[in-house]
Design a protein around this ligand. Structure first.
Ligand code: MRU
Length: 370
């Protein structure tokens, strides 16, 4: 997608043909900086610290991380250790394990001297497939948006079509396009008069910092709101549809996504607002049924709750990035990173293969397997 007229992806093979380039998402929206990852330890650290984040991008970074390990030592032991190191970085998004397994299973039967190159090719294939899946999600979601916009009463036809989204499920969370934001980009390019309510998404503020950055660079009208505003907007008819991404979706359609998503789904349900979830196949965990009981929820550092990062507005440090403490000394913080929205609150799952009901039958109707 576009930044100052230049098309970017979130991850690439560097010109040296060995290391990986990424955008440092911890510094956005105030600094646009890229980083080179040259070792598996650097790849793991980038995932853990959220230099890269978002379920599909974590998966692709993990896949390239295996390549980085195999460049140094292509033995079975090295492969297994790198797999464990990368898989331990973030527990909730199933794309990570899925991508690691895919690369491991691809390279393991090969003689060690061939493994690093094979891992590189497989990681690149995963990245390309992710781009294609996200663009297809965009097309399917566009049709839903067009139908919902057309179904509005005559007095609302001239008004913007209002979409609410939570966290960042845009191109920064994937390789390109995004999941939940792909239909928004498609709709904007197709000429739909669209406006996006962007949940700030405490504690890491992926909405305020990343979604707002992306939408701004693509010229999509948007407004950042505090996480607690969505219910009020829905009560007053100011949200036509909610669309979010997901880090793991169970076979019956329970959806795990950034903390706070569940509350948006409840408010949408109470107000008759359609609640869609956009996901590529790599996000479905066919081994799980009950998301609330079975999906591991990442607990991150309490400091992400008790402090906040931003750009200093005034004074000698104006313009610099800084962290400030929000809470009294001694107050504990608790920071579950994700929650689960039960399938009954989900209007539909928008996948690269089309739209499914959030049920096992719905998902199997599209994918036909387990
Ligand atoms: O903690 P993050 O920023 O990795 O969480 C990201 C999300 O919750 C996204 O909505 C999800 O990964 C889907 S991204 C296409």
């Amino acid at each position: 997608m576009n930044i100052d007229g230049k098309a970017w992806r979130t991850i690439w093979l560097e010109p040296d043909g060995r290391s990986i380039g990424v955008i440092d998402q911890t510094l956005l929206p105030h600094r646009f900086t890229t980083r080179s990852l040259g070792t598996v330890a650097e790849a793991a650290e980038a995932i853990r610290t959220m230099v890269v984040r978002g379920a599909p991008l974590i998966g692709v970074t993990g896949a390239y991380g295996l390549m980085l390990a195999l460049q140094v030592d292509a033995s079975d032991a090295s492969l297994a250790a790198a797999f464990e190191q990368l898989n331990a970085t973030r527990p909730t998004a199933v794309n990570l394990r899925w991508a690691l397994e895919r690369v491991r299973d691809h390279v393991q039967p090969l003689p060690p001297p061939q493994r690093a190159a094979a891992a590189q090719a497989e990681a690149a294939a995963i990245a390309e497939e992710d781009v294609a899946m996200c663009e297809a999600i965009g097309e399917h979601g566009l049709r839903i948006f067009q139908q919902l916009a057309a179904a509005r009463p005559p007095e609302r036809q001239g008004q913007p079509f209002n979409v609410l989204t939570h966290c960042n499920a845009g191109w920064l969370a994937t390789v390109d396009w995004g999941t939940a934001l792909a239909p928004i980009y498609k709709a904007h390019r197709a000429g739909l008069n669209i406006h996006v309510w962007v949940d700030e998404t405490r504690p890491r503020n992926q909405g305020a910092s990343l979604t707002a950055f992306e939408l701004g660079r693509e010229g999509v009208p948007h407004t950042v709101i505090v996480d607690n505003a969505g219910g009020h907007l829905m009560q007053h008819g100011q949200v036509d549809v909610v669309i979010v991404g997901t880090d793991r979706t169970t076979r019956r359609g329970d959806v795990c996504n950034k903390i706070g998503t569940y509350l948006k789904a409840l408010a949408a349900h109470d107000n008759g607002v359609p609640f869609y979830v956009a996901l590529p196949a790599s996000t479905i965990d066919w081994s799980l049924d009950d998301g609330v009981a079975e999906i591991p929820i990442e607990a991150r550092s309490p400091e992400e709750v008790t402090a906040i990062q931003g750009r200093v507005l005034a004074g000698p440090a104006a313009g610099q990035l800084a962290s400030v403490q929000l809470t009294p000394d001694g107050s504990a913080g608790f920071n579950p990173g994700f929650d689960v929205t039960p399938a009954r609150l989900v209007t539909g799952l928008i996948t690269e293969r089309g739209v499914a009901a959030a049920t096992e039958a719905g998902l199997r109707g599209l994918y036909g397997h387990g």
